[in-house]
Design a protein around this ligand. Sequence first.
Ligand SMILES: NC(=O)c1ccc[n+]([C@@H]2O[C@H](COP(=O)([O-])OP(=O)(O)OC[C@H]3O[C@@H](n4cnc5c(N)ncnc54)[C@H](OP(=O)(O)O)[C@@H]3O)[C@@H](O)[C@H]2O)c1
Length: 337
Amino acid sequence: MRAFVIREYAHPSKIALSQDAPEPKPAEDEVLVEIFSAGLNYYDILQSQGKYQVQPPFPFTLGSEFAGRIAANSPIPKGCPFKPGDRVFSAVQGAYADKLVARWRALLPLPASMTYDQGAGLFITWPTSYEALVGRAELKPGEWVLVTAAAGGVGIAAVQLAKALGAKVIAAAGSREKVDVAVRFGGADHGVNYRQPNWQKEVLELTGGKGVNVIYDPVGMIKDSLKCIAWKGRAIVVGFAAGQIEKLPLNLVLLKNIAVVGIHWGAYVKHEPKHIFEVHRAINELLASGRIKPVVYPQAFPLEQLADGLHLLEQRKTWGKVVVRIRDEKSGERAKL
Ligand SMILES: NC(=O)c1ccc[n+]([C@@H]2O[C@H](COP(=O)([O-])OP(=O)(O)OC[C@H]3O[C@@H](n4cnc5c(N)ncnc54)[C@H](OP(=O)(O)O)[C@@H]3O)[C@@H](O)[C@H]2O)c1
């Protein structure tokens, strides 16, 4: 089978797709999954170069977020609710391949209304934004939210979720085109380009001089954004897409009477595993009601062009959730793009 196997650390552009990787063998509590779509994440680029906090031993297959189907020849462990042909999604090491093995307990059923492309971003991207806004910042209806990198994977999910939760949303992004994407596909009320000087002034004007109640920041621009935070505001540290771990003078936290909170969605598996299912249930309800809808970047990449997709992501040229399409949605055959 095809698999993007890492045998030594290198940038993805320097790695060739293996055409004859061995099919993985399920252990006792595992099932075999045919992958249809896999989500591209910045950390894949880091992991392939040995720069991520999670580094499996060599050789390993890159990729984690995926949506797929239980293979016809998969064993079904005792207690497993899935059967061959069931549509599932999850995040498990090895998603950039034709197949992977996963513990059945790590899989969730893919809602019937979701395509595999949409499902490929459901396991990490959406719950990160949901838990950040609801669990960590305790967002209330009517509050103002500022989302940075608002056209990106987690950003556009945060925009949609904040709107669905009754907030007023200001989308901030690095170009006019991306601001437009966040307004058009995310439903943001307003947009600002944070590459323009004094963009915070615009935010203050939009909020009647008061500032935003919640800042959702996957970039590493909390300090800049605090120029337009409201009294008793909450700033959520989501990530450092700009490449530097941001440092914050704590006198700003005191003077502005605010809270700074973090979100580490991956760590909920260890600390609050039950809560993961509660969050997914809440997201499912919002999906079923049509109040949120995954935004997939219009160009899906075949597995052979995975490195091109990762390169575009690295260059900030994408928006929404970028996916590699491995099998065709309808036929289940190898995707031809
Ligand atoms: N805390 C958690 O549990 C959790 C979970 C998932 C993801 N994350 C983190 O969230 C961040 C965003 O993830 P994502 O999947 O939304 O990524 P993404 O779709 O690639 O979006 C990232 C965006 O960040 C902006 N950006 C600003 N400066 C940048 C720079 N120097 N280089 C690259 N991008 C830059 C770009 O938007 P503009 O062009 O508009 O500036 C870019 O499109 C990542 O750091 C990721 O690790 C955290």
